[in-house]
Design a protein around this ligand. Structure first.
Ligand SMILES: C[C@H](O)[C@@H](O)[C@@H](O)C(=O)CO
Ligand SMILES: [Mn+2]
Length: 596
């Protein structure tokens, strides 16, 4: 069951549940055994019924062999968890326990404590004592307790507790899943883009990730020496011919037009680039059969990026098709987990996409945050007065030639509205509609002298989504910004007029962030003006809360967000002041990166 289906090494992290108890025998402990163990079982059931890993495998929970009343049983539990591969720790209790004696002291594992809110045997006051201990010892932990008092025989989990348990667990699983995996940097810095200056110390200290650096010439070597699966290549090319519609090249000046033979050869080349890029990330046992044992192993990359411009694209077909197909939840082999792969080797955007992918199990859009179109400018250029969600203007998200095809918004959610979904919910019909809505365009020769095929679609409006971005600040370290909002529809002629000003061969998403009239979210213009870089990672759904929780585990402060509720962060954050944002910065710098 725990076989990694996407060929990444290592088994999936498990969730460890620690039922802690009042250790006083001769009455107290005995009276609490059943209730305490039942809480652990209820938590495990909740998690297993609601969460899955991004590769589709079920999330598994491991419960300590006995309730934990003191240090000996805490050590037995730690031992069991280490052998089982536990990466997330959830302590549960309905009663008073001996705070530091039953605590989990592994500094690498994210922790939460759920204290039952009853008053016969006080779980909530234990929770306060336990959290004080965790804070005092520098092991920040999340506190969970229901708002309303429950009766001691009530075995149900209140909705507010459920939400917190699941939010904590999903984010903690993301932390545990990244650890030990690699970022594959294919090439180096692209066109002076700071996000492609891969900071290996950040990846290792904050995320526990390795960095693998491979020169782009490795792709040329594998193409020229035939180091890919020739059978798969045939299947892939056939699928591409049958499913990928090529747009007539009306954008390139005559000197950049590519002949029919050249275009045919380009298709073959870009399909090989997909096979090779994927094999570089996760390996391919077929290569071993072909005599390439070393190449068959891959780089254990959970995330990667391709420099492309310009060293590669000035001569070879561009990486757009490679990036598009990897980031999509299907290819010629069928429907599968999307990879996470950054354009222009912008690893800061790639890692932001990785956060979104691990939190939602869905494909992620990579985009240039290109243009703010004010209502006045839209009306001046198109004569259309924007209305509805678009009335205060929108941001043109358009990547330079690639993005996940899931981002076309051609897949349907359970309510029939456009959605991006985990791969196991995607139907053949969704795939067909997506391919019908997408065209592949000969690369813009002014930018891409070596040709290649860019991806062109227009994202359907009405999808809730969250644009986010990690930025790195000298002296401060990483920070994350996020803006929840929606994709919007605009009239066809309006889209065409605006799109053509940029590049009609690239994928467009019209995005409106939720604004508040204040601060960084004063209006749409301000959101664009405050964006920290040229790229953004766009995830389906409003996932600001989940990102905030994940970032607190990773000690990455959130510098800009439009989430209304207070973030769910470790209890220690309350000791750093009353303003949420300032205390986040202070807490992150006080505790520092997990692995640093
Ligand atoms: C084609 C151009 O060089 C683009 O790649 C460029 O505008 C960007 O994508 C910048 O992020
Ligand atoms: Mn770009």
């Amino acid at each position: 069951m725990n076989e990694p289906v996407n060929r990444l090494r290592g088994s999936m992290p498990k969730v460890g549940i620690r039922p802690v108890i009042d250790g006083r025998e001769k009455g107290v402990r005995e009276s609490l055994e059943v209730q305490t163990m039942n809480m652990a079982k209820a938590a495990a059931k909740l998690i297993e019924e609601n969460l899955r890993h991004s590769n589709g495998l079920p999330v598994e929970c491991v419960i300590a062999d006995s309730t934990i009343g003191g240090v000996a049983e805490a050590a037995d539990c730690a031992d069991k968890f280490a052998r089982a591969g536990v990466g997330v720790s959830l302590t549960v209790t309905p009663c008073w326990c001996y705070g530091t004696e039953v605590m989990d002291t592994d500094p690498l594992i994210p922790k939460a404590v759920w204290g039952f809110n009853g008053t016969e045997r006080p779980g909530a006051v234990y929770l306060a004592a336990a959290l004080a201990g965790y804070t005092q010892k520098g092991l920040p932990a999340f506190g969970i307790y229901g708002r309303d008092v429950q009766d001691s025989d009530d075995t149900s989990i209140p909705a507010d507790v459920k939400e917190k348990v699941l939010r904590f667990t999903k984010a903690a699983l993301a932390v545990a899943t990244m650890r030990g995996k690699s970022y594959l940097s294919l090439g180096g810095m692209s066109m002076g883009i700071a996000g492609s200056l891969v900071n290996q110390d950040f990846l290792l200290d904050y995320l526990g990730m390795r960095t693998e650096v491979v020169d782009m010439s490795e792709i040329a070597r594998r193409v020229e020496e035939g180091i890919f699966d020739p059978e798969e290549f045939k299947i892939a090319l056939k699928w591409v011919k049958e499913n990928c519609r090529e747009q007539e090249d009306t954008v390139n000046a005559p000197e950049y037009r590519r002949s029919a033979e050249q275009r045919e050869a380009d298709w073959e080349y870009v399909v090989k680039m997909v096979l090779i890029g994927r094999d570089l990330m996760i390996g391919n046992p077929k290569l071993k059969e072909l005599g390439y044992g070393e190449e068959s192993l891959g780089h254990n990359a959970i995330c990667g990026g391709f420099q492309g411009q310009r060293s590669w694209t000035d001569h070879y077909p561009n990486g757009d098709f490679l990036e598009t197909i990897l980031n999509t939840s299907f290819d010629w082999n069928g429907i599968r987990e999307a990879f996470v792969f950054a354009t222009e080797n912008d690893y800061l955007n790639g890692i932001t996409m990785l956060f979104g992918h691990l939190l939602t199990n869905t494909a992620q859009i990579f985009s240039d945050v290109r243009t703010f179109w004010s209502p006045e400018a839209i009306e001046r250029v198109t004569s259309w007065k924007p209305e509805g969600l678009a009335k205060d203007g929108f941001i043109h998200l358009i990547n330079s030639g690639s993005t996940t095809l899931d981002g076309a918004g051609q897949m349907n959610g359970s309510d029939g509205k456009p959605a991006m979904k985990p791969f196991w919910e995607i139907s053949e019909n969704d795939v067909e509609n997506t391919m019908k809505a997408t065209e592949f365009c000969v690369g813009d020769g002014g930018y891409f002298r070596g040709g290649g095929y860019s991806t062109d679609f227009l994202t359907k409006g009405g999808m809730p989504c969250t644009m986010s971005r990690l930025n790195y600040v000298k002296g401060q370290g990483p920070v994350l910004q996020l803006a929840e909002g929606w994709t919007v529809d605009v009239p066809k002629e309006v889209h065409e007029k605006l799109d053509v000003r940029t590049n009609p061969t690239w994928p467009t998403t019209w995005f409106v962030p939720r604004v508040s009239g204040k601060g960084s979210f004063k209006d749409v213009y301000t959101v664009m003006a405050k964006w920290g870089a040229n790229h953004g990672a766009i995830s389906y759904g409003h996932i600001g809360q989940d990102l905030i929780t994940l970032c607190s585990m990773l000690r990455i402060p959130v510098c800009m967000h439009n989430v209304e509720d207070e973030g769910f962060r470790p209890s220690a954050w309350a000791s750093f002041g009353m303003d949420e944002e300032g205390s986040d910065y202070r807490a992150c710098s006080n505790f520092g990166p997990i692995y640093g």
